[in-house]
Design a protein around this ligand. Structure first.
Ligand code: ADP
Ligand code: MG
Length: 327
């Protein structure tokens, strides 16, 4: 890297960061050819990787402090979706230049989200090129207890861990098409830049939920994955889909559309045998909204209060297009 050398950069901003301090479960962190993770007998390692490209996943003009939080949160959300307990993450950074102001903000943001998610930075790679950030997260699971997409059964309830649509409603603000003003806009921007991965909910759902995933491409599109993997139909009651005041204020009549089809929410969607609902309610303060049910059949349907099918046509975002893709 120009100016600051590669190794000095790694040392200063990442190896020395608070979030890189080793903890139990990390036998070797940054500094050797590989990190070493220590799993107790009977546990499985959950691994997920996530790449974000400037100009595709986030705007070229951005605050690196917020960007780091968003990138790590999006990756950690996959651990939540499997019911895994967070362990560590690696960071592969491709940077156009070694800009100290950018690196300082990014490293501080990484620290904030790593602490919130209980994740330790255990290694990475640093190269020069167009800005591109890859995070790989590692988590622990009791063997055989992961929350899969494939276990939903007719009769189960369909739930989400929080309201959707706010991140999508923030896009005009994020892209600078509209200036932010007021508390509602601040809430939308916070939802976009600093999502809160539902790690506690995911772990609480182990042994209760029949299927789960995190909503990243839009509620309908992601529910479609559960329907397909489980060989069932999912039915969403539109009137039960939570719409926040901030979403209604920003999106007006399009609020329900954004809640169903917007992306970047990073809340969990899961199916729950009805018999498990009391146990989840008893598990203390974990957020969830009942929005529908599982039936025999295939696909995802949205019904209005009269039972009429109001399913929107388009699916979620797909990078290489496809039948229902956008780009
Ligand atoms: P190698 O050449 O063996 O791949 P590197 O020289 O790329 O190793 O990295 C040296 C050490 O610094 C390794 O432990 C690597 O995991 C770590 N590292 C490199 N870049 C980063 C980064 N952006 N964040 C955290 N750790 C990093
Ligand atoms: Mg390397």
């Amino acid at each position: 890297m120009a100016g600051l050398g590669e190794f000095a950069l790694i040392r200063q901003y990442f190896a020395a960061a608070a979030c890189a301090a080793p903890t139990s479960g990390v036998a070797r962190g940054i500094g050797d050819d590989c990190a070493l993770l220590q799993l107790p007998p009977g546990e499985q390692l959950a691994v997920s990787t996530d790449s974000q490209v400037a100009g595709v996943h986030f705007p070229l003009q951005h605050d690196p402090f917020l960007l780091a939080q968003r990138v790590l949160a999006a990756a950690a959300s996959d651990l939540a979706a499997m019911g895994a307990a967070p362990l560590g993450f690696t960071l592969a950074l491709t940077l156009p230049a070694a800009d100290p102001a950018w690196l300082d903000g990014f490293a501080r943001g990484l620290d904030v989200m790593a602490r919130a998610c209980d994740l330790v930075l255990i290694g990475g790679d640093t190269t020069r090129g167009p800005l591109n950030i890859n995070v790989t997260v590692f988590g622990r699971l009791p063997a055989g207890r992961a929350l899969l997409r494939s276990g939903a059964r007719p009769g189960d309830l369909l739930c989400i861990g929080g309201p959707t649509g706010e991140a999508a409603a923030a896009l005009p603000l994020v892209l600078g098409e509209r200036a932010a003003h007021g508390a509602a806009d601040r809430q939308l921007l916070a939802r976009y830049w600093t999502p809160a991965p539902q790690l506690a909910l995911g772990q609480a759902l182990r042994g209760l939920a029949s299927a789960a995933l995190d909503v990243s491409d839009g509620l309908l599109a992601d529910c479609g994955h559960i329907a397909e993997e489980s060989g069932v139909a999912l039915v969403i009651d539109a009137a039960r889909v939570p719409l926040t005041a901030a979403l209604r204020e920003a999106a007006g009549e399009r609020a329900l559309h954004l809640a169903l089809s917007g992306g970047d929410d990073y809340v969990l969607a899961f199916t729950l045998p009805a018999a498990a609902q009391p146990a989840l309610e008893a598990s203390g303060g974990l957020p969830f909204h009942l929005i529908g049910r599982v039936e025999a059949g295939s696909g995802v349907r949205v019904l209005d209060a009269d039972g009429c099918d109001i399913t929107p046509a388009a699916g979620g975002y797909q990078h290489f297009g496809g039948a229902d893709g956008q780009a």
